[in-house]
Design a protein around this ligand. Structure first.
Ligand code: A3P
Ligand code: MG
Ligand code: MG
Length: 393
């Protein structure tokens, strides 16, 4: 196929009110790029959210994998679902984990340079998944807010208030379908480490306030990343590493070749979601449209790309890694340090827009845009004041 040039186009010099730079991406039809390295993620810290959605640096929300009962009804407990409202993708709890890690590093090696100064990007896993899978995204665009502080880029997904309202008012059927995913998690997990005689069954009513999260460090080409995300459960035991982590997914039963192709396309997202946190296993529960659980299949994350190679809807992770590397390089070239170092209130906020089929564009937010991002809270842009104050020492 024809190689589309992946050149950077600057249509104007960055200015405060109006600046547009854009990056095209190589569409999937192009020639495969060379390999880009991705370091095996290493777990830095884990934390839990309590039923009150309070963050604690414990494993109280950690759950253990158990085989679900045959033919389970995923509708079970729907009326009792304690549903956490959808909110802006704030970085606050990830920043608490970063702050904690930074202090620990400082305690361990007081004379060493600041650990955080080696980190290029801090982001939730969901945002990184969107960036990596963008070359194959045909439908959904996304917006990011990005800030550069002391050489580290911070990413926050930008969702408008209107979109949040929509996501909190799903049509009944969509809400039910969403519940099936959580219900599957309940059937597949236990808060106690299972013993030999463990009986398959309901693992407790769904409360989406409760989450267990893992924060890892890794490296894409020459950019060090700190990524945090929710992990569904562990197999057998938590080792303090990523080797026993398990991602749970539901998907519609596969009946025809067309269903299979759809599933293989979906595997791209399953793959990167798990890959980014170093999660080695994905357990998929296939279900009927009515929420009756069918076959359970476990996938080794690393083997997924090989499974889809040469298929009608094949995707190539190398292309995603190459694109993500070019994306990060573009941001590093475009988002340059704020000149007034003393005045952290002057740290600008960038808006990155991704449009399927086109690529991304970057622009600097004006005051109205920044005020919207801060939402009247104690923030500079989207970063909390307490965090920026800490970085000053
Ligand atoms: P499935 O995974 O079975 O789809 P996760 O898979 O990331 O652990 O998320 C658990 C469940 O949350 C999902 O179950 C799905 O029901 C819901 N969910 C997660 N991300 C979603 C999204 N972007 N849109 C709708 N539902 C989502
Ligand atoms: Mg999850
Ligand atoms: Mg899951």
């Amino acid at each position: 196929g024809d190689e589309v040039p992946n050149k950077k186009i600057k249509t104007s010099e960055p200015e405060v009110s109006e600046s547009h730079t854009s990056l095209l991406y190589t569409p999937p039809s192009g020639r495969a790029p060379g390999p880009v390295t991705f370091q095996q993620p290493q777990q830095l810290v884990t934390f839990s959210y309590t039923p009150q959605h309070e963050l604690e640096f414990t494993n109280s929300a950690l759950r253990y994998y158990v085989d679900p009962p045959n033919g389970a009804d995923l509708r079970y407990g729907y009326d009792r679902w304690i549903k956490r409202p959808e909110e802006k993708g704030r970085l606050d709890s990830l920043l608490r984990a970063v702050s904690r890690t930074r202090s620990k590093m400082k305690e361990g090696q007081p004379s060493a340079p600041d650990w955080l100064s080696t980190i290029g990007v801090v982001s939730w896993r969901g945002v990184m998944t969107k960036i990596l899978t963008a070359p194959y995204e045909e439908r959904d665009g996304w917006d990011l807010n990005v800030m550069l502080v002391n050489g580290t880029l911070y990413f926050e997904e930008h969702s408008s208030d209107a979109r949040l309202v929509d996501r909190n008012n799903l049509p009944p059927n969509q809400r039910l379908q969403t519940y099936y995913g959580y219900s599957f998690e309940s059937y597949c997990t236990s808060s106690e480490r299972p013993t030999d005689g463990h009986k398959a069954g309901w693992g407790g009513d769904v409360d989406t306030n409760v989450q267990w999260c893992s924060v890892v460090k890794t490296k894409l080409a020459d950019t060090r990343l700190v990524i945090g995300g929710e992990v569904d459960c562990v197999r057998d035991k938590h080792t303090g590493k990523t080797n026993t982590l398990v991602e749970l997914k539901t998907s519609m039963n596969i009946r025809h070749a067309q269903d299979e192709a759809r599933f293989e396309k979906k595997l791209l997202k399953f793959y990167f979601q798990s890959f980014l946190l170093g999660v080695p296993e994905i357990v998929v529960g296939f279900r009927s449209p009515q929420g009756r659980l069918g076959t359970i299949q476990s996938f080794k994350t690393v083997e997924i790309p090989r499974m889809v190679r040469g298929k009608p809807h094949a995707w190539d992770p190398t292309r995603c890694l190459d694109w993500a590397n070019r994306f990060l390089t573009f941001l590093k070239d475009t988002i340059t340090p704020c000149i007034d170092k003393e005045d952290s209130a002057a740290t600008p906020v960038w808006r990155i827009k991704f449009n399927p089929g086109t690529g991304i564009s970057a622009s600097l937010l004006d005051k109205t845009g920044v005020d919207e991002v801060s939402a009247g809270e104690e923030r500079v842009g989207f970063l909390p004041k307490w965090y920026l104050d800490e970085l000053k020492d």
